[in-house]
Design a protein around this ligand. Sequence first.
Ligand code: NAD
Length: 695
Amino acid sequence: MVNFALREEVAVITLANPPVNALTVEVHQGIQAAIRSAGADPHVRAVVLVGAGATFCGGVDLREIQQIVAGERPRSCLLPLALLREIEDFAKPVVAAIHGTALGGGLELAMSAHYRVCSPSARMGQPEVKIGLIPGAGGTQRLPRLVGVGKAVEMCAFGEPISAQEALSLGLVDRIVAGGLLEEAVAFAREAIGKPAPRTRERDEKLRGAHPERLDAARERARGTRRGQLAPLAAIDAVEAATTHSFEDGCMRETELFDGCLRSTQSKAMIHAFFAERAVSKVPDVPPETRAFDIQRVAIVGAGTMGGGIAMTFANAGIPTILKDASQEALNRGMASIARSYAGSVKKGALPRATMDERLALITPRLSYAGFEEADLIVEAVFENMGVKRGVFAEIDGIAKPSCVLASNTSTLDIDRMASATKRPEAVVGLHFFSPANVMRLLEIIRGRATSREVIATSMALARRLGKIGVVARNCLGFIGSRMMEPYWREAEFLVEEGASVEEVNQALVEFGMAMGPLAMADLVGLDIAWRIRQVFREVASPGVRCPRVIDLLYKMGRFGQKTGRGWSGYDAARKPSVDPETTALIEQAAREAGIERRRISAREIVDRCVYGLVNEGARLLEEGIALRPSDIDVVYLTGFGFPVWRGGPMFYAGTVGLPQVLSRIEEFQARHGPGLWTPAPLLRRLAEAGNTFM
Ligand code: NAD
C-alpha cells in the first residue's frame, strides 16, 4: 500500500492504494514506516511523497468514515495528527508531489510536507463539509498558514477544490511542474537539501492581520447557502481558532469541533445521501452490460414550460433537438422563453455568448412532425391530459423509427395507458423532468409494465449524460415524487383550514430545512398544476374522505401563484411574497363552511403532519415495489423537492426520529383525522414493531 524506493539520495515514498490512494490505517502505518526508514538511512538526504496511479490522494475512504461515524470503527482509524507532526519535524526535506487530486486527508498529508509541487491539472481541497464533517487532521490550522485565513475559511466551509494555478498564487504549492512529476519533484527535493525546511505550523505570517469581518461574512454566507448545516460553521470556528490559539491548541479545538460533527446525525445523513445517489444506478434486472441505444437526435412534442426546459437540457449536452408545438404562437412563446433564459445566463457571465448561439442553433422549432422519423428519442410534454397524451403517442408511433424511445414527461399519469396507444409498448418510458428542467438534477424514470430493459438502460445512461440523477420507479399514479407530494400538500392545506396561517406553514417547514415551504412551492410550481395533480388523485380517493377546499377556490379565481401575482400569497413584481388578506378570508370562510373549528397549531404539528405524510406514503411505495429502495425515495426528495441533505431524505429522517415514534404520531393523526387519510403503512408498522429502520 506504500512503496519505498531510492533515487540516489532521494527516497520516494509512493501511496499505492488504488483507485484513489485512500488513507487507511495500513497506509498510515506504511507512510510512518517509510519515513522512519528514510530517517534511518544516512544516504537519504530528502524525501518525495507521491501517489501511484491517477491521483495523489483522495482522503479517507468514505466507507470507513461511514463506519467510524456509525461507531463501528474506532476514531483512531483516522489520519493521526502525530504522524503529520512526525513528517513535519523530519530532519530531511519532504516534498509532496501532487497530481490528480489532494483532497481532505490527502491535502492535510501534503501540507505536513515541507514543500509541495504539483502537475498543472492537479486540484486540491478540503471537501469534508460535503459529508457533514470538517478537516480533522490539522487542515483547518495548516491551510490558513499557507493560503491565508479568508481563503482557508472558504475552502474548509464550502468544500470547493482549487486549481493548481490558484494553489500556486496562494502559496499552497511551491511549483507547478510541466514535465514528469516524479522527476521534477526529485529534482526539487535535491535543490532543497541542506536548506532549512519550512514547517507549515510555524509559518504564521499569513495569520497576522486576519480580518474578523471575513469570518463573519463567511458565517453569513454559510447560514444563507448551507442553512441548517453544522459543519460549515464548525469549519469557520476551527479556522478562526488558528488566529486566536497556538497551533497545538488550535488543533485541539479542531478535534473538539470535528468530534461534534462526527457525533451529529448530520454527517450520518449526508454520508447516506452520498451513497444513496450512487446506489440509484443499480437496477437489479438491468445489469450494467444491458444494451443502451445511442441517443444522437431528440424530438420533443409541446414547447411549454417543460418542453422548452427539456430542449435546453438536450442542447446543453450538445444533442440536436426538434421542438414541436401545435400553434405558431405557442412555439414562438416557447422559443422566446428559451432565448430569454440563455440570455440571462450570458448576462450573468455564466455562459459565453458563442456557447449560447451554439445551443440555440441545436434547437429547431417545428409545427409539423418533419424530422421526427430520424429521432432516437421523442419526449412528449403536452398538457397533463390522458386523452391528449394518448393522441400524441398514437401519432408519434406512426412516425418514429423502430429503435426510437418514446417518452412522456407526465408527472402523474399512467405510462401503461399511453404505451397502449402505440404498437410498441416496450419502447415507452416515463422521463419525468422537474421544473426548471435545465436546472433540476432529478430525472424520475418510469418503468411501464412492458418497458424493455434496453429502454431503461438507455434512460439511465441518458440521465448521466445530461448530468442528472436518474431514479427508476415503477408505474403508478404519481410515481414517487408526485405521489408523496399529494399527502404533503394535502396536510399543508388542511393545516391552514384548521387554523395555521399560510406563513406559519411555510415557515415551519423552512425551519425544518426545506428549501421552501409547501404552499410557497405550490405557488412557484403553479396552483393550476397543483390543482390538476389534486384532481388526478381525487378521482381515485375513497368517497367521503376529507379533501382540501381552498385550492379549488384559488384555482377558480385564476390565482395560479407567482405567475399570476397571487396564489396562497401575494407577489410583487420581484416575486417577493406577502400576506394576502383575501386568501386569509377565503380560508376562514372555507373552514366555516366545512364546520372546522380553527385552533392554534404548533410548528411541530405542522412539520410532523407534512413530513410524516411523506414517510407514510414512501413506505407504501416501497411495499408496492414502486420504489426499489428507501434510499431512492430519499434521492428523489433531496434532488427534486428541496429536502435538506443534512436530514438525509424523508426515509432516513424517519429512522433518526425512530419509527415507533413516527408510527405513534401517525396513529394520533389517524385517531383525529380518520382512517381514510392516516392509515399507517403496514411496512412502517412492521419495521417499527421489529425495532428496525427503513435502511
Ligand atoms: P404547458 O401548458 O406549459 O405546455 C404544454 C404545451 O404543449 C403547450 O405549449 C401546448 O400548446 C402544447 N401542446 C398541447 N397539445 C399539443 C399537441 N397535441 N401537439 C403539440 N403540442 C401540444 O405545460 P407544462 O407545464 O410544460 O407541462 C407539460 C407536461 O409536463 C405535463 O404532462 C406536466 O404534467 C408535466 N410536468 C410539468 C411540470 C411543471 O412544473 N410545469 C413538472 C414536471 C412535469
